[in-house]
Design a protein around this ligand. Structure first.
Ligand code: DX5
Ligand code: ZN
Length: 226
């Protein structure tokens, strides 16, 4: 199964409830929420109060991607606001093991994120502990960027690291430049949660765009090895 996680970063922030509803009608499995602090990435987006409001209207789980320098300070706030999944960047965390287990202790699924220039091998010592790995297929900070082709290889490498750690249950999520062209390639590589922002919310019909992306991704999983 492939899950589609529409990223509301590309939606109209004055109408997030409608954006979520349209994505859900199209078959969205999760709603991806991009949190940026203006330090780790150049952009600034949203915080726990918006997650709390989204939680009131969303029927599917909220997948919160923290692109912030000191995520440990905010884990509890995001979990209490309603995040079902919380991912943190390996690039900012000297105590990643502690952070991953702190997320789990708060009752959320714990993910770690790799920037395009961060090698899959940086996961070696934490691969057995994570619920999922988020592979960035663009440099984080903005929606609507172009997919970096090397990310396909990165997904394969991450799958290998997870399997070697005995963590076959861990899922690979991919984020950045995913559309109906790139989706089959990343699914073939092993990605099973696809984030998509511009491809859904910059389209004239987000419901239909979600449905089409899900159909293309689901078709590709049947031909993929796993
Ligand atoms: C980028 C964010 C992404 C972004 C993806 O920093 O992490 O989630 O919304 O947007 P698209 O799908 O437009 O590349
Ligand atoms: Zn994201």
């Amino acid at each position: 199964m492939v899950q589609i996680a529409p990223s509301i970063l590309s939606a109209d922030f004055a109408a997030l409830g409608e954006a979520v509803a349209a994505a859900e009608r199209g078959g969205a499995d999760l709603i991806h929420v991009d949190v940026m602090d203006g330090h780790f990435v150049p952009n600034i987006t949203i915080g726990p109060p918006v997650v709390r409001s989204l939680k009131r209207v969303a029927r599917v789980p909220l997948d919160v991607h923290l692109m912030i320098e000191e995520p440990d300070r905010y884990l509890k706030a995001f979990a209490e606001a309603g995040a079902a999944m919380i991912s943190v960047h390996v690039e900012v965390l000297p105590h990643l093991h502690r952070t991953v287990h702190a997320i789990k202790a708060l009752g959320a699924k714990a993910g770690v994120v790799l920037n395009p220039a961060t090698p899959a091998g940086s996961l070696d010592a934490i691969a057995g502990d994570v619920d999922y790995v988020l592979v960035m297929s663009v440099n984080p900070g903005f929606g609507g960027q172009t997919f970096i082709p090397r990310s396909e290889t990165k997904v394969r490498e991450v799958r290998r690291v997870l399997d070697l750690a005995g963590n076959e249950a861990a899922t690979i999520e991919i984020d950045g430049g995913i559309d109906i062209q790139t989706a089959p390639r990343v699914v073939a590589a092993g990605a099973r949660i696809l984030v998509a922002g511009a491809a859904i919310f910059h389209s004239p019909d987000p419901e239909r765009a979600t449905r089409e992306l899900k159909a293309v991704a689901s078709g590709a999983v049947q031909t993929a090895s796993r």
